[in-house]
Write a protein that binds this ligand. Structure first.
Ligand code: HSE
Length: 428
């Protein structure tokens, strides 16, 4: 048996403790699968006195993660601190410069500084693995870098924030408004310390930017993601969309077009009976389309102690086996700077309007849509007593520019009682 692989783990929150437990509980299994024992040398976290659900007595306690990252008695620095700057970034950089490989779950760090870190790792002959950074326990990084390596990837998309999916599915099942379910999610401890990371679509966009880089051989670019969170999704839209056969998901989509790389994260309608439409609660789903493989769907827990620690362990075992690959699947110098393209791929759209109930109102709306080159596929006007008439329109495929133009023109008709809601319908 070869020499043990020695870990230094920084960050003993949910994921860090999950990793410690797996290493303690599955020592023989890990050793058999890796061809060498996997051991923890030292650990580091903010508060040494905190009561943790694991026995840490066998490990050296190091106050400063930066010191841990550079110790001679570790082979891999496992960064589970989080955050795109500060001590996480500093310690990862120092670990690479000190000849350590890095395993991390830090999506923000990779989304914001992935290209520099990939180059730094290569300069120093080290690797960074990050299976846990995207979609928790779902092995999507390995699927894309290894299992799908023979494919030209045409599109990657998915639901990659469990908290948002919980909120949207709970709104539908309980018939509750966004604010009430947001509060529930807070009390259940589902929200990040800064909830905007979840509901503002930022966490999911970090993950999408990482997948785009692997899929399209481009430098990871978070700035190129068009982001809209779920804050404006109303219970009305959830009900009306369901009535038309759709569910609303915070969906990330990345595709390379003739004009450049489109990356968007936004609330979209998907068919209720599609795999994405069926996704309930905090679960994640990633859909990858390749020219040879066709479409594959990966589904599983996107967060939590066990699933995320499982993903971290997959990287550790990979390194213990001696498998080494470039950070984003190809050498950093080969990754192209992406040309960012605003979404232009045509799609059908859902429009919800509140119309003044007077003769000719619908005709005026139809004229605006027609003048913008938008054709109506389906339409419903709902029963109402007083006040504006709720009208739903599902268009044929059209461009985002045409929709934007129509939305700007609609108020000029004088029959629009509230701001129209428009949501893209994604073909999945
Ligand atoms: N807050 C994330 C989610 C998990 O709800 O999916 C960490 O990325």
């Amino acid at each position: 048996m070869s020499a043990p692989l020695r870990l230094g783990i920084a960050g003993l929150g949910t994921v860090g403790i999950g990793v410690v437990k797996i290493i303690q509980q599955h020592a023989d299994l890990l050793s058999a699968r890796s061809g060498r024992p996997v051991t923890i040398t030292a650990v580091s976290a903010r508060d040494r006195m905190k009561n943790r659900d694991a026995d840490l007595s066998g490990y050296t306690w190091v106050e400063d993660p930066v010191e841990l990252a550079t110790r001679d008695d570790i082979d891999i620095y496992v960064e589970l601190i989080g955050g795109d700057n500060g001590v996480a970034r500093e310690s990862v950089e120092l670990a690479l410069k000190s000849g350590k490989d890095v395993v991390t779950a830090n999506k923000a760090l990779l989304a914001m500084h992935g290209q520099e870190l990939a180059a730094l790792a290569e300069e120093n002959g080290q690797v960074i693995r990050f299976e846990a950074a995207v979609a928790g326990g779902i092995p999507v990084i390995k699927a894309m870098t290894e299992s799908l390596a023979g494919n030209h990837i045409t599109r990657v998309m998915g639901v990659m924030n469990g908290t948002c999916n919980y909120i949207l599915t709970r709104m539908e099942s309980a018939g509750l408004p966004y604010e009430a379910v947001f509060e529930e999610a807070r009390q259940l401890g589902y929200l990040e310390a800064d909830p905007t990371l979840d509901v503002g679509g930022i966490d999911a966009s970090h993950k999408l930017a990482i997948l785009s880089s692997i899929a399209f051989g481009t430098q990871v670019s978070f700035d190129g993601v068009e982001i809209e969170g779920i804050e404006r999704v109303s219970i009305d839209d959830i009900r009306r969309a369901a009535d038309m056969g759709y569910r609303i998901k915070l969906l990330g989509v990345a595709q390379m077009t003739g004009r450049g790389l489109e990356q968007r994260m936004s609330p979209c309608l998907v068919p209720a009976d599609s795999p994405l439409g069926q996704l309930q609660g905090g679960t994640n789903m990633v859909v990858v389309e390749g020219d040879s493989v066709g479409q594959i769907v990966l589904r599983g827990a996107g967060a939590g102690e066990g699933p995320t620690a499982s993903a971290v362990m997959s990287d550790i075992v990979e390194l213990a086996r001696g498998v080494r690959m470039p950070v984003f699947g190809q050498p950093a110098g080969r990754l192209k700077k992406p040309v960012h393209a605003r979404t232009a791929v045509p799609a059908a759209y859902y429009l919800r309007l509140a119309l003044l109930d007077k003769p000719g109102a619908l005709a005026k709306v139809a004229t605006v849509l027609g003048d913008a080159g938008i054709s109506i596929h389906r339409m419903r006007q709902y029963d109402h007593q007083d006040g504006p008439a709720p009208v739903l329109i599902v268009t044929h495929k059209t461009t985002p520019d045409a929709i934007d133009h129509a939305i700007a023109e609609l108020p000029k008709t004088g029959v629009i009682a509230e701001d129209p809601v428009e949501l893209r319908i994604e073909e999945v």
